[in-house]
Design a binder for this molecule. Structure first.
Ligand code: C2E
Ligand code: MG
Ligand code: MG
Ligand code: MG
Length: 284
């Protein structure tokens, strides 16, 4: 009996695996189709000064607009996009679209309030030959200065310590593009790289912000990151600010910038422009 049960379990396991594989293949071919048809859209979440409560930039966040299934969040497809290489053409679209949008905003807004756009880039895109040239060409085509662009790279993905990627980042930064380390604190990497590498911004992962209120050690970590950044002349963006308390604690610590649902969820381009023109009064 035991043997039979084991066999059944094995079969169920195999068919589960098979199902997952089929699902992944289907996802991949649907994604391939979406890339060819341009079924994506970008939303923009304000990056806000914790001193003035005004937006200094916006993070561009991709969504898959599936004709039948509606709007699909990136955690449902980015991984498959990376594995399959589809992230490369998708990422090219994201960059062009984000720069096109920021160019429009900058034409409309006064000189003193010109926002930048922050674009998530996968390491896979950097491995593609000609990435630096592509960024340069996209900036030129959109007609915006390099200062209008920030690139976000997740810390975990940099742990391979690919010299080629770092040298590309160096070139882009010399142009004036800002470089941010995304999900900072989740990568368990040594901190030494922060000193030598072309980095402008650390984005503190929202996990730390969530936990800092109830957990003294987590709070100490956030405080440590903010002061480390100050000493290294880096800027900090706290992710996942969800309430006035988060904002107050971070402002108190001297964290210069933040983003989160407390200020705004990700918005369509036109909503973002409205938000920029009439900064929301924040009830503190
Ligand atoms: P991320 O770059 O760390 O982006 C922050 C995520 O946190 C976004 O999720 C944003 O909507 C969400 N968020 C913002 N404020 C809050 C808050 O107050 N509370 C909570 N709980 N969440 C908040 P989203 O848009 O689902 O994106 C998830 C991830 O997908 C991103 O994490 C990024 O790693 C990836 N991603 C998004 N767009 C792109 C893209 O164009 N290219 C690449 N390679 N990755 C992307
Ligand atoms: Mg990001
Ligand atoms: Mg992040
Ligand atoms: Mg993240």
């Amino acid at each position: 009996v035991a043997k039979g049960a084991g066999k059944n379990q094995w079969r169920r396991y195999q068919s589960h695996l098979h199902g997952a594989m089929v699902e992944r293949l289907e996802l991949r071919s649907a994604l391939d189709h979406a890339v060819n048809e341009g079924h994506f859209l970008l939303q923009y979440q304000p990056i806000v000064s914790l001193v003035t409560d005004e937006a200094v930039g916006f993070e561009a966040l991709v969504r898959w607009h599936h004709p039948a299934r509606g709007v699909i969040a990136p955690d449902q497809f980015i991984e498959v996009a990376e594995e399959s290489g589809l992230i490369v053409p998708m990422g090219r679209w994201v960059l062009d679209q984000a720069l096109h949008t920021v160019a429009q905003w900058r034409r409309i807004l006064p000189r003193t309030r010109q926002p930048y756009v922050s674009v998530n880039v996968s390491v896979r895109q950097f491995r593609e030959a000609g990435f630096v040239e592509q960024v340069r060409a996209s900036l030129e085509f959109a007609g915006v200065p390099p200062q209008a662009l920030m690139l976000e790279i997740t810390e975990t993905l940099l742990m391979g310590d690919d010299e080629h990627i770092w040298s590309d980042l160096e070139i882009l930064r010399d142009l004036g593009v800002r470089i941010a380390i995304d999900d900072f604190g989740t990568g368990y990497s040594s901190l030494g790289y922060l000193r030598q590498r072309p980095i402008d911004v650390l984005k503190i992962d929202k996990m730390f912000i969530d936990d800092m209120v109830a957990d003294d050690q987590q709070f100490a970590l956030v405080r440590g990151i903010v002061s480390l950044a100050q000493n290294l002349n880096l800027t900090v963006v706290a992710e996942g600010i969800e309430d006035a308390n988060h904002r107050a604690i971070l402002a108190q610590l001297g964290c210069p910038l933040g983003q989160g649902y407390y200020y705004s969820s990700p918005l369509d381009a036109t909503e973002a422009l409205t938000w920029l023109r009439n900064p929301q009064p924040i009830a503190a």
